[in-house]
Design a protein around this ligand. Sequence first.
Ligand code: SF4
Length: 213
Amino acid sequence: MLTINEIFYSIQGESSRVGQPCVFVRLTACDLRCSWCDTPYAFDEGRKMSVGDVVAAVERYPCRLVEITGGEPLLQEDVYELMQRLSGTGRTVMLETGGHRSIARVPAGVLKIVDVKCPGSGEADKNDWTNLDILAAGDEVKFVMKDRADYEFARDVIVRYALADRVAAVLMSPVHGVLEPRALSEWMLADHLPARLQLQLHKYIWPADTRGV
Ligand code: SF4
C-alpha cells in the first residue's frame, strides 16, 4: 500500500522535460522541513491506495511521461514496486527525491532528479553525498537557491563532483518570489557555470499557490 497525496495531469514545470504534459503522483510524508517548501500539504494529507490502483489511475491519462514526487517518495517501501510497474507500462518514469535518502535501489531506467539541499533550506546537513557517486547519465541534479550563499554552495558542489560531465542536466532553481531569476542568471553567466536555469513554469502559468498543477 501507498499513501498518496494527489495524482494529477499537468504541464511539467521543472527538469529537462519542462513544458511537456506529465502525470504526477505525489506521495505523502517528508522527513525534511525545507524553509521554502511549497508542498507542506503533502506532509500528512493523503489516502491509502494499492500499487495497482495507482498504476490504474496513471493509465487513465493518455500520457507517456509520469513523475513520482512528494513529499519524499523514497520513504514508502512500496514506491519501488510502483516505479517497476510504471516502467513496465512503457512510460518514461521520473523520480523527484530530496537527496537525503539513498537512491541505490531505484530501478534502472527510472530517471532520477536528485536535490542537493543548499544551506538556505535549513536541511543541508541531511544531504546523502553518496547519491552523487551513483548517478546515471540520464539523471538530473537540482539545486534550489534563495540567495548568493546558496549559489556559491551549489557552484562548489557542481565543480567538486564534476556534475556537468556526468548527468543529463544540472538544474539551478531560484526560490520563487525570493531570489530574482535575473540575479541568478547573471551569476551563472559570470562564472560560465555548466548548468541550466530552471524556473518553475507552472507558477507562471497558474497562480503560484495552485495545487494539482
Ligand atoms: S524535501 Fe521536498 S517536500 Fe520535503 S520539506 Fe523539502 S521541499 Fe518540502
